[in-house]
Design a protein around this ligand. Structure first.
Ligand SMILES: [Zn+2]
Length: 453
């Protein structure tokens, strides 16, 4: 089956970042078979032909850090400090979730991802890879799923107090069951939650297993100031240096947040080709500013993630691109740093590189997977479009994402989600969230006096 998108503004994100004005994309089954000036003889008589009338086509966005299991906890941690957020809100909430909750939460996340033009994501760890795998398979998205892995740490809920062997064993079981399912869209990685909650031995064994299975490791790294204080007090060095000493720092490590890094640690990232996920919204909330301008100047290629709904609320890559374009300028007092073209690279091909899939998607090129989005700039918030590339970062909203295709299938067309029953999922997610709040004993205080009428 062929789909031919013609007469578009094709932002290919290929090696030269070529843009084809008035160009086309030809899709056959799950692959892109022509881009740019498409030879009409390649288009079969029964192909679906869509005249884009100048709309944009881009590769689907890659969200390299999104907690799908936290989606239904949205609002649980607004305006509270980090320790209250973690100990009194997030841990009680997450530890009271069931496998079915995790599944519905993943469906709920998928809706927001698809609507904001995401076709591929990495999930750092809920408790139930099985639930997340089911949700991802149904959504039509690509996901790298990991379990939240912890074998030490103070104050953990009882059901999370597990040994290293239990954690490793569970991950191998999940991997053997779900890796490369749903036509390869669902993949399973290893997870390390944070250096606070992972023993050295677990880190080392995880790396060995990830190498053995040829998959990545997803870990929160140098996330908070407290983490830096902890590692320096314990080992006299930062998390990255410590991981280097353990032999964990490598090209299959996806390091998330990476805020509190020394120059030496940035050099180690470069040397070891460590993958980086920048999460600007949660950074601004409490973590601090990752040194993205410096990383770009060094030739590092960071990607972008949204984090979880309990910490940054918007699981919207378009918002996250916009924030990325703003926070470093404000922090550095330099409006020229982190330009729009770099942000588009971060959200597309550098994202696929971070997920070890740069040969598969992240750009519109012949032979790659048909993961793409159609963007309609029409409307008062994006028009007039004068700087066509910058507008995608500085002016676009996710409402401008008109259609999303993953693996050659439309997940959304003309803003209608095709793979999932949106209203049913919203209802069920809200009901389940309410029940978990109740089970976990979390009560959010009224901020204004409420009069029931
Ligand atoms: Zn996270």
């Amino acid at each position: 089956m062929q789909t031919y998108l013609k007469n578009g503004y094709i932002v290919s994100m290929d090696q030269q970042d070529t843009v084809f004005d008035g160009g086309g994309v030809l899709v056959e089954d799950d692959r892109i078979t022509a881009v740019g000036k498409v030879d009409p003889r390649l288009v079969k008589p029964d192909a679906e032909v869509i005249d884009l009338q100048g709309k944009y086509v881009l590769p689907g966005f890659v969200n390299t850090h999104v907690h799908t299991s936290q989606q239904i906890s949205r609002g649980v941690g607004d305006d509270v400090d980090f320790i209250c957020w973690l100990h009194d809100r997030m841990w009680p909430f997450e530890s009271n979730m069931t496998e079915e909750d995790s599944y519905v939460s993943t469906l709920m996340t998928s809706l927001e991802l698809i609507r904001s033009g995401v076709t591929s994501f990495a999930e750092p760890g809920g408790q139930f890879v099985s639930g997340m795998a089911r949700g991802t398979a149904e959504s039509g998205l690509r996901g790298k799923l990991a379990k939240s892995v912890m074998d030490c740490g103070e104050g953990l809920p009882e059901i999370w107090q597990r040994t290293m062997e239990q954690e490793l064993e569970q991950q191998v079981v999940d991997l053997e069951k779900f890796h490369n399912t749903a036509d390869g869209r669902v993949q399973v990685w290893f997870g390390l939650r944070t250096i606070f909650n992972n023993t050295d031995e677990l880190c080392v064994r995880t790396k060995e297993l990830a190498d053995k299975y040829g998959v990545g490791i997803h870990m929160h790294v140098a996330e908070a100031k407290e983490e830096k204080e902890y590692t320096y007090a314990r080992w006299g060095e930062g998390t990255v240096k410590h991981l280097e000493r353990l032999g964990v720092l490598d090209k299959n490590l996806l390091a998330v947040h990476t805020v509190w890094l020394t120059d030496e640690e940035l050099e180690l990232f470069k040397k070891r080709e460590v993958k980086i996920s920048h999460n600007p919204a949660s950074a601004m909330r409490v973590l601090g500013f990752a040194r993205i301008p410096k990383m770009l100047a060094m030739g590092l290629r960071p990607s972008i993630g949204t984090d979880g709904a309990s910490s940054s609320n918007h699981m919207d890559m378009v918002d996250e691109m916009w924030l990325t374009s703003l926070i470093h300028k404000g922090w550095r007092l330099d409006p020229t740093v982190v330009p729009s073209q770099d942000i588009l690279r971060m959200a597309t091909k550098w994202g696929s590189r971070a997920l070890l899939d740069e040969d598969l998607y992240g750009s519109l090129e012949c032979g790659k997977k048909a993961d793409l989005i159609v963007i309609d700039p029409h409307g008062p918030s994006m028009m007039p479009v004068n700087d066509k590339i910058a507008a995608l970062v500085t002016a676009m909203h996710s409402a401008n994402i008109q259609s999303t295709m993953c693996d050659g299938k439309w997940l959304m067309r003309d803003r209608k989600i095709l793979t999932l029953d949106e209203e049913a999922i919203l209802k069920e997610a809200c009901d389940r969230a309410k029940a978990i709040y109740k089970r976990a004993g979390i009560e959010l205080p009224d901020r204004f006096p409420v009069v029931k009428v």
